[in-house]
Design a protein around this ligand. Structure first.
Ligand code: HAM
Length: 419
């Protein structure tokens, strides 16, 4: 029997990496402009960390984590997200004594045992960005602007930025009570999942995609009507900054997000039309989480880009490097070719040789297959005359160049640049 990858876990093959690297490099270049520093954390954490952060009664912790008991009886979980681990590291290494704001980003795999479908995997990759130490709405605006810029620079089209405020503890409790009251006599109209959520974590009912629940919620109380003065002020300040920055957003009072730690600002980037899993990034403020995990009170905000979902929406990057190909005919040419390859590669040029060393025709076919722009042909005559033939595969033009890589380097570089 053939052994196949585990359901919901997918392979990344070489052809996936042109876009993958393009996305990572572009995102990193912007993230670094804001002085975020890269960190890497274990993919395995104590289960307790996620129970206390993501929330015990969230779908993620209740049903979607890969949790197991280690041989020494510790409960361990493959991280379903990065925020909790970053907070753990900030506390563990006492990082909050450093000048604020502290800015970190990490890129890596997350694990959620969700039902696999298009855009939903059990191992998926996030670019996660977190900022600690500022409560000001300016921090929220900067972060949202950075995310928006990355999406624009990637030329992702037709995305929507949904924005809401969940308020603080003071405004959330009365809202939860009002919502519970509203849902009480609608129990039978809700789906089975929401019937459970209604008592355990009523806000999560807003996350339900089922029409029957959406219909019930049309007249539900909304968190934005329950914000205290300070939260209202924070939200309107943020909206003011976003206007200043010309960022288009959709105010979405139904947006709640699936993790319990959020306070005040939350946002999600949706690309309508890519299927049921249309959220390509999400984030928000979590001003109480560091303290909840045993650290000093430290306001924070962050977001994560879901790379698996975003990548299909990123247009193929235009500039793809093309190789230089050495067509070598005869043993003497092979020895000469090795010298050329060494010098070309030392000069940063991607150089290919066909190790089968077949006829000129088959070597040119191989060069075509590799999409080489230039081919240098070296045969017996070329060795005798110390001249080689440089062929441009696009124009089919051939010129003679000295059979000396150092002497021919300038012209090769010019042609590779399309000059
Ligand atoms: P999240 O909304 O759970 O937030 O995930 C962020 C993004 O990860 C989603 O928008 C989606 O693109 C991607 N994603 C989530 N689950 C899957 C899946 N099963 N398959 C493929 N992609 C998926 C967080 O994880 C928060 N930690 C974000 C954050 C950072 N909030 C504050 N700081």
């Amino acid at each position: 029997m053939k052994i196949q990858a585990v359901r919901g876990f997918k392979d990344w093959l070489p052809e996936d990496f042109a876009k993958y690297n393009y996305l990572i490099n572009l995102a990193k270049s912007w993230i670094k402009k804001y002085n975020f520093k890269e960190i890497k954390l274990p993919i395995l954490e104590k289960t307790e960390l996620f129970i206390r952060s993501v929330g015990e009664v969230t779908d993620i912790v209740q049903e979607e984590t890969y949790t197991f008991q280690d041989r020494n009886k510790d409960f361990l979980t493959l991280r379903p997200e990065a925020t909790a681990g970053i907070c753990r590291a900030v506390i563990e290494h006492g990082l909050y004594v450093k000048p604020k704001p502290l800015k970190f980003f990490t890129i890596g795999p997350m694990f959620r045992r969700e039902r696999p479908q298009k855009g939903r995997y059990r191992q998926f990759y996030q670019i996660d960005v977190e900022m600690f130490g500022s409560v000001h709405a300016l921090a929220d605006a900067e972060l949202i602007y950075m995310l928006d810029t990355i999406l624009k620079k990637l030329k992702v089209s037709a995305y929507e930025l949904h924005l809401n405020s969940l308020g603080c503890k003071n405004c959330r409790e009365p809202f939860k009570e009002a919502l519970k009251g509203f849902l009480e006599d609608k129990h039978t109209q809700l789906c089975a999942d929401c019937q459970r959520r209604r008592t355990l974590n009523p806000l999560r009912v807003f996350d339900c995609k089922k029409e029957q629940c959406k219909t019930v919620l049309k007249d539900a109380p909304l968190i934005t009507d329950y914000l205290c003065e300070k939260c209202k002020e924070h939200f309107s300040q943020l909206k003011g900054y976003l206007k200043e920055l010309n960022i288009t957003y959709i105010l979405d009072p139904y947006l709640v997000r699936g993790l319990d730690y959020y306070t005040r600002t939350i946002f999600e980037v949706i690309i309508p039309g890519i299927g049921a899993q249309s959220a390509v990034a999400g984030g928000g403020r979590y001003d109480n989480l560091v303290e909840m995990l045993g650290g000093k009170p430290t306001p924070a905000i962050g977001f994560a880009i879901g790379m698996d979902r975003l990548l299909p929406c990123v247009p193929e990057p235009k500039e793809r490097e093309r190789p230089f190909f050495l067509a070598l005919l005869g043993e003497e040419a092979v020895k000469e070719g090795l010298k050329w390859a060494k010098i070309l590669r030392t000069n940063g040029i991607w150089t290919e040789i066909d190790y089968r060393l077949g006829s000129l025709k088959s070597q040119l076919n191989r060069a075509n297959h590799l999409n080489a722009l230039l081919v240098l042909i070296i045969g017996e005559d070329e060795i005798k005359q110390r001249r080689a033939i440089l062929r441009n595969m696009d124009t089919k033009k051939q010129i003679e160049v000295p059979l000396n890589p150092e002497e021919s380097l300038t012209i090769i570089k010019q042609q590779l640049r399309g000059e």
